[in-house]
Design a protein around this ligand. Structure first.
Ligand SMILES: CC(C)(COP(=O)(O)OP(=O)(O)OC[C@H]1O[C@@H](n2cnc3c(N)ncnc32)[C@H](O)[C@@H]1OP(=O)(O)O)[C@@H](O)C(=O)NCCC(=O)NCCS
Length: 288
């Protein structure tokens, strides 16, 4: 089963029968990183084409490192977990070398990681990762109700399953790597959304949004507009629509994440009364 060994640490590829051991590592240890979005780590492990390597010592699982299926030559480190009793730096180095080899084979040129907790920093720094971006959070609350206004020639309706392929194309055209979503991620975003809508102009989908609900608030999980349609009010129309829809259900607070460098989206959110709430997550990246 071993594909390589180094001073009694054996590296293998993840298989489905390892899932309980991996869950155990992620649940029981401090040295754990799981990417935050709408996908739970345990379910994400079954993602086709994910790059997942396990580290074993004397038959015991001591570490896991996983990168998302590549998109646009880029990927995210989605999962890292190292047993608290192990030498974290050594285990990480061995896991990274195994993952890195596969990343090169798949012609990945950029790897990103959301730095939710700092324990990974000293482990990834020797491999060339640097902090290059922040994911920021903005929140809208205590705002006067939005007046309904429609944009001539633009229709907004709830997403249908047949829209998902086009929505994925819109998403991948609107965002640069590594921020794009795969088709599976778009499907999962739509599935867990409380409200997912598309904007149509001349019967063509030109934008979409997906929003989730939690407790008594909502979260705009995704908003994207086709590059050709940007700057013509589509983003504002989708945002106004989702805010009004949740308000009618008594949900008046909404959060959204965006990149610190994405001033255009921040401008739009600020226009609708969103303000930064200080919850920022650094994004570390390395070019391979
Ligand atoms: C950010 C994004 C969603 C904004 O959507 P958009 O449709 O381009 O935004 P809008 O057209 O509604 O508003 C953008 C600008 O167009 C202007 N505008 C609005 N209606 C307009 C109209 N009818 N005609 C011309 N311009 C108009 C607005 O004034 C606004 O300018 P300002 O915000 O600088 O004052 C879009 O640019 C996008 O998909 N970007 C890439 C993905 C992304 O960053 N998503 C959000 C972050 S998670």
């Amino acid at each position: 089963m071993s594909t390589s060994t180094s001073r009694q640490i054996a590296i293998t590829e993840y298989t489905r029968r390892d899932r309980h051991l991996v869950s155990d590592i992620l649940f029981r240890n401090y040295n754990v990183h799981t990417h935050i979005d709408w996908q739970e780590a345990e379910k994400w492990l079954e993602t086709p084409d994910a790059i997942i390597r396990l580290a074993w010592q004397y038959g015991r699982l001591i570490g896991v490192l996983a990168a998302a299926p590549p998109l646009g030559g880029t990927t995210w480190l989605r999962i890292a977990g190292i047993s608290d009793n192990a030498d974290a730096a050594r285990v990480f180095d061995i896991l990274w070398n195994a993952v890195h080899k596969e990343l090169i084979t798949r012609q990945i040129h950029l790897v990103a990681v959301l730095m939710i907790r700092d324990w990974l920093i000293p482990l990834i720094t020797p491999h060339g990762f640097t902090c290059r971006e922040e994911v920021i959070t903005l929140r809208r609350a205590d705002q006067p109700p939005l007046v309904g206004e429609s944009l001539p020639g633009l229709t907004i309706r709830a997403t249908q399953p047949t829209d998902l392929v086009t929505i994925t194309q819109v998403d991948q055209a609107a965002f640069e790597p590594p921020w794009q979503l795969t088709g599976d991620e778009v499907r999962e975003a739509a599935r867990v959304s409380a409200y997912c809508a598309v904007a149509l102009r001349n019967e063509q989908i030109v934008g979409y949004q997906a929003s989730t609900m939690y407790f008594d608030g909502s979260h705009l999980a995704r908003l994207a507009v086709s590059p050709q349609a940007q700057g013509t009010g589509v983003g504002a129309a989708l945002l106004g629509d989702v805010i009004r829809r949740f308000s009618r259900r008594g949900v008046v607070s909404m959060t959204v994440n965006t990149q610190l460098s994405n001033t255009r989206s921040q401008h739009l959110y600020e226009r609708f009364g969103f303000q930064r709430n200080g919850y920022d997550i650094p994004v570390w990246m390395v070019n391979l």
